[in-house]
Design a protein around this ligand. Sequence first.
Ligand SMILES: Cc1cc2nc3c(=O)[nH]c(=O)nc-3n(C[C@H](O)[C@H](O)[C@H](O)COP(=O)(O)OP(=O)(O)OC[C@H]3O[C@@H](n4cnc5c(N)ncnc54)[C@H](O)[C@@H]3O)c2cc1C
Length: 327
Amino acid sequence: MEQIKKGALWVFCEVQSGELLPVGMQLLGRAKTLAAESNRPLYAIVLGKIPEGAVKTLGAAGADEVICSDSPALADKLEQPYADSLIDLAQKFEPDILLVGATPFGRAFAPRVAAALGTGLTADCTELSIEAESGLLLQTRPAFGGNMMATIKTATHRPQMATVRPGVLPLPEPVETPLSEPIAIPYNNEAGLVRLLRETAISKGADISQSKIIVAAGRGIGQKKNLKLVQALADKLGGEVGASRPLVDMGFCPYSSQIGQTGYSVAPDLLICCGISGAVQHLAGIGGAKTVIAINTDPKAPIFSVADYKIVGDCVTVLENLLKLLG
Ligand SMILES: Cc1cc2nc3c(=O)[nH]c(=O)nc-3n(C[C@H](O)[C@H](O)[C@H](O)COP(=O)(O)OP(=O)(O)OC[C@H]3O[C@@H](n4cnc5c(N)ncnc54)[C@H](O)[C@@H]3O)c2cc1C
């Protein structure tokens, strides 16, 4: 336990169905730079049963140590006992910075931790950096409906807490790591008032934030029936269908496909945008895409400013022709 230093940078690494979620490694990748710049040790925190091989994976993503805490109360993944465990760890070892992935669980769990520790929490950051003179964490996120970016500092309370959505930060290149065992901290917390009776998947669709290829439709797709072309191209390329918010609001597409500030952040190798204007709130979700192809009738559409390949034309015709070409 004495190897756990106070004032460290912690990244909560969420486990889902026995596997580490990529957002933990994405956070560690950025946190490694932040830790080096501010001379803080970097610890990955895993609560509940730690998956086999997780310590190596987290070490390869940049963690100096992996701290885990398990107890019977963590057998079911419920926010309160998980929050209680992290609060206990934070009270014992006083991290200076605590980062959490803004998954559905993270969004419900991180505010409980922040409230109990009496600190602030900046949700859905798109950028994290260190202020050179103070060593404070600079937490940047969209504000005022996405029309401006705000940079927030937690000057007087600790830990400085921020969440980042999956897919906003890239996965780091793995590095050599000597780590093989976690530092286990026992904690016998109460089971809490809530019990998990059963789990039901509410979305049968793929997790778009993990998709490597996305064909996304916007209002320019016109009628709902044209979405069949988008789906057909996604199927041909082995990808998923994404959507701008209006298509979700109109009931054309499920929320699980919404890309953007109030939807999912995506980081595919290939993103094809069909009839999407490129509003700031939409662009907020596609910063991680490696190659962007945009199809739009308006040559001045903002989406073209982030596109690697630009097709000015009717997306329905372009999709039909692409499908013909692909056979
Ligand atoms: C707080 C807040 C949060 C928001 N969150 C999100 C979010 O998470 N995700 C999101 O997407 N939006 C979000 N929005 C909405 C956002 O501001 C835009 O309104 C939305 O992204 C526009 O969607 P769109 O590009 O499909 O439609 P439009 O802006 O209407 O653009 C349609 C585009 O299609 C083009 N077009 C028209 N016909 C054709 C054709 N035949 N072929 C090719 N191109 C054609 C047009 O030139 C135009 O560029 C949010 C807004 C607010 C205020």
